[in-house]
Design a protein around this ligand. Structure first.
Ligand code: NAD
Length: 497
């Protein structure tokens, strides 16, 4: 039976929210007893206070993670054992899907339908996929003469530090944990301060699944306290960070200022959605354009916010997009009918509204949306026409529902406009000409190029950014595992008989 808004409200009213850090297998307070508060951005109401970890807690967690890494209970356990436990964790996440989704929705203002999809389907699949990979990775044997046997083996890198953002709080946490655990690493992870609740709940399930104490440590806290302490810790071997380009830069500095730990970065974007003049403006294209811009209220790193449209198609495109966007339903995120939730906070809402004002004052034409006359941090999806690449709304990542339509006269101009950015996370191209499609894909410097449909790929395909959208690290696919493995050569001298 379909669940209703009343069902999700009932779950919310009965949830017993865990608010503590999870360190060395136990839930605990910060050493100095510090607390932070988390607000439901859709209502402005306080949800709860929670543990605010600082450097001393990070140090405690890293010591636990190192101890268990060195004793080998997880890092040197058989891959079949790791696989079995990760399967169990997947099952527990599936069983707790409704509670996880509701926690996520009230903490982040995300729609319950998206949360259910992310916690119940994608996260579960993620744990299963990496569980399967645990016993399916192989080393290599190099060619040698008969006087040697040269093995190239992969080993878990050690203690991983992870820092994640608020836009997909549970999924980003799972992306980091599942692949690091499959590789055999221990992990110290910090959720975003706006959205700690689903990650803390995961700690309970990790414990129940039987993952040894200290292998996973979950430390809620601020970026400038817990996040910085992770970046600067001398006994963390690799940091994996998802968030803004600005903070990504800090993690590079932290590494240089400490132990030169490896740094994997998944950062911001300002991705293009290109419609060439031979494309048909079909309902599917419009649906993809609307989702590319406004899914998760535009708070998506690979949102396609510069829609670069062949000039002869712009009127038809705008007419259809405006009608489609009018169908979005803003409102209570716990209502399954709601299709756009709130912004993450009132501060963030105000920042997005400033960008909308800037768009108008710099000469772009606001076609629809941009209002925010509701309680809570809601913004009606906005579409600007006549956006030029030197305007602020074309250059900066807004991370809100503000789409800029940019008319172009040729394929070359489309490419020039698309590539005139410091980012390189994602691009979409619509064309019926296969040669144009392939050529565009080759000439767009970004981690994912989607042709004739908006998609970020799936769990099998690596995800990450070119240019200032990331480092060489990739999430998803077998590539995600590579972030947490290092390569060793074992050269054995042999005597031919
Ligand atoms: P953010 O960079 O402000 O925060 C991300 C995390 O970094 C949070 O946990 C925060 O506490 C921590 N942090 C903040 N300041 C820090 C500091 N000085 N030292 C250490 N840690 C610090 O980003 P956000 O606003 O939470 O998320 C939005 C950004 O994330 C956008 O730029 C978006 O594009 C990006 N993002 C990228 C991907 C991707 O895979 N490429 C996915 C999701 C989000």
């Amino acid at each position: 039976m379909e669940m209703t808004k009343a069902d999700f409200h009932k779950i919310r009213d009965n949830i017993k929210i865990n608010t503590q850090a999870f360190i060395d297998g136990k839930f605990c307070e910060a050493e100095d007893g510090a607390k932070l508060e988390t607000i439901n951005p859709a209502t402005g109401e306080l949800i709860t206070s929670f543990t605010h970890c600082g450097p001393a807690d990070v140090d405690r967690a890293v010591k636990a993670a190192r101890r268990v890494f060195n004793d080998g209970t997880w890092s040197r356990a058989s891959p079949e054992y790791r696989k079995e436990i990760l399967f169990k964790l997947a099952e527990l996440v599936e069983q707790n899907n409704h509670e996880l989704a509701v926690l996520e929705s009230i903490d982040a203002g995300k729609t319950i339908s998206d949360c259910l999809q992310e916690t119940g389907s994608e996260a579960v699949n993620y744990f299963r996929w990496y569980a399967e990979l645990a016993d399916k990775t192989f080393g290599k044997v190099a060619n040698t003469g008969e006087d040697a046997l040269a093995l190239i083996v992969k080993e878990p890198v050690g203690v991983v530090g992870a820092v994640v953002p608020w836009n997909f709080p549970f999924l980003m946490t799972v992306w980091k944990i599942a692949s690091a655990l499959a590789a055999g690493c221990s992990i110290v992870i910090k959720p975003a301060e706006q959205t700690p609740l689903s990650a803390i709940k995961l700690g309970e399930l990790i414990s129940e699944a039987g993952i040894p104490e200290g292998v996973v440590n979950i430390l809620p806290g601020l970026g400038e306290t817990a996040g910085q302490a992770i970046g600067l810790h001398n006994d963390i071997d690799v940091v994996t960070f998802t968030g803004s380009t600005e903070v990504g830069r800090m993690f590079m500095r932290y590494s240089g200022d400490s132990n030169l730990k490896g740094v994997g970065l998944e950062l911001g974007g300002k991705s293009p959605f290109i419609v060439l003049d031979d494309a048909d403006i079909t309902d599917n294209l419009i649906e993809d354009a609307a989702m590319a811009a406004f899914w998760n209220g535009g708070q998506n790193c690979s949102a396609n916010m510069r829609q670069i449209i062949a000039a002869p198609l712009v009127d038809e495109f705008l007419d259809k997009m405006t009608k489609r966007v009018a169908q979005f339903k803003l409102g209570d995120p716990l209502d399954p009918e709601t299709t756009i939730g709130s912004m993450i906070s009132s501060d963030h809402k105000n920042m997005v509204l400033d960008y909308i004002n800037k768009g108008s004052s710099e000469g772009a034409r606001l076609i629809t949306g941009g209002d925010s006359d509701r309680t809570g941090s809601f913004i009606e999806p906005a579409i600007f026409d006549g956006v030029k690449n030197d305007m602020t709304i074309a250059r900066e990542e807004i991370f809100g529902p503000v789409l800029g339509v940019m008319p172009v006269k040729s394929v070359e101009e489309a490419l020039t406009v698309a590539n005139d950015t410091v980012y390189g996370l994602h691009a979409t191209v619509f064309t019926r000409d296969i040669d144009r499609a392939i050529s565009m894909a080759r000439r767009l410097p970004c981690g994912t190029v989607a042709i004739n449909g908006f998609t970020e790929g799936d769990i099998k395909t690596p995800f990450g950014g070119y240019k200032q959208s990331g480092s060489l690290a990739r999430e998803n696919g077998t590539e995600a595992l590579d972030q947490y493995l290092q390569t060793k050569t074992i050269w054995i001298a042999t005597q031919p008989i």
